[in-house]
Design a protein around this ligand. Structure first.
Ligand SMILES: [Zn+2]
Ligand SMILES: [Zn+2]
Length: 261
C-alpha cells in the first residue's frame, strides 16, 4: 500500500498562502510516495473568490515536478466545486487543461455555502444533511469530469448545531446510491484526513462508510490531507493507508491525465 497525499492547497487557492515548494519538501520528509496538488476552483462561491490562475499554477507545478523527480512523484490536479448551476463551464474547464487528477467536491448548493452558514438557515440538522446528500447524489450522477468525490460528509464540519456529527444511517440509502453511482461510473472516493482534526478519531468519511463502499464493490480510493499549510502535508496519511489495508484494498489509486495509473 503506497502512502499518498492527493489533496493539497497552495497560494493558487483563494483560501491558502502556502508555497507549493514547501509542500513538496514536507511530503519528502513525511516519506510519501506520491502527491497531487489540487487547488480550488468554484464558480459560484457566494462570499470569497475561488478563481484559479490555471496557467501559472500549471507552470509552477511542472517545474517542481522536474526539480524533484528523483525524490517524489508529483501530480497536477484540481479540486473542482461540482455545482449543477454551472455544469457546462465546469466540464469545459476540465477538458481544456491536462489535469492529472480531479476531485469533485460539493461546496455550494444553489448559491448557498456551508462555511458561513447560509445553507443551514431555516433547516433542521436532518433536513440540511439530507439535502446535502441528495444534492451530492445528483452531482455524481450529472458530472463526468472528476475522478474521486471529495470529503463525502464534508457537511459534518459546519452548521449551527451543538452536535455536528452526521448520523449516516439516516441517509444510508442515499449514500449507498452515491457509492453505487461512483462505482458504476469508474470513479472513487477519498478519505480526507482533515476529519481527524474536527472529529478526533477519523477522516471524512469514517471507515465504516469506506467499508460500505468496499463491500458494494468500490476499489478506487485516494488519501488527502486538504492541507492549506505545509505543516499538515502527509498528516495521518499512513494511518489511513493502514486502515485501507485492513478493509481489504490492495493499494490506493493514483492518476495521470485523469486516467488511473
Ligand atoms: Zn473541499
Ligand atoms: Zn480542499
Amino acid at each position: 500500500m503506497r502512502t499518498i497525499d492527493y489533496h493539497m492547497h497552495t497560494y493558487f487557492s483563494g483560501d491558502s498562502e502556502a508555497n507549493p515548494r514547501e509542500h513538496v519538501l514536507k511530503a519528502i520528509e513525511m516519506n510519501l510516495d506520491e502527491i497531487c496538488f489540487t487547488d480550488h476552483r468554484d464558480f459560484d462561491y457566494p462570499i470569497d473568490s475561488f478563481e484559479l490562475d490555471v496557467e501559472n499554477y500549471y507552470q509552477e507545478i511542472q517545474s517542481l515536478k522536474e526539480e524533484f523527480k528523483d525524490q517524489i512523484k508529483i501530480k497536477w490536479g484540481i479540486e473542482m466545486g461540482l455545482d449543477l448551476d454551472h455544469q457546462e463551464e465546469i466540464e469545459n474547464l476540465i477538458q481544456q487543461y491536462p489535469f492529472d487528477f480531479v476531485i469533485g467536491s460539493i461546496h455550494v448548493i444553489h448559491h448557498t455555502e456551508f462555511y458561513y452558514g447560509e445553507f443551514f438557515k431555516g433547516k433542521t440538522k436532518e433536513q440540511a444533511h439530507r439535502e446535502f446528500f441528495e444534492e451530492t447524489l445528483k452531482c455524481v450522477k450529472a458530472f463526468d469530469c472528476f475522478n474521486v468525490l471529495g470529503h463525502l460528509d464534508y457537511i459534518v464540519r459546519y452548521g449551527p448545531y451543538e452536535d455536528k456529527t452526521v448520523d449516516h444511517q439516516k441517509y444510508q440509502d442515499i449514500i449507498d446510491e452515491i457509492f453505487k453511482t461512483l462505482i458504476q461510473k469508474g470513479k472513487g472516493i477519498e478519505v480526507n484526513t482533515s476529519g481527524y482534526r474536527d472529529l478526533k478519531t477519523c477522516g471524512f468519511p469514517n471507515f465504516e462508510q469506506v467499508q460500505r463502499y468496499y463491500d458494494l464493490g468500490g476499489r478506487i480510493i485516494t488519501i488527502g490531507t486538504d492541507s492549506h499549510t505545509s505543516d499538515r502535508v502527509g498528516e495521518n496519511c499512513l494511518n489511513v493507508a493502514k486502515k485501507y489495508q485492513e478493509i481489504g484494498f490492495d493499494d490506493v489509486s493514483t492518476f495521470t491525465q485523469r486516467k488511473r495509473d
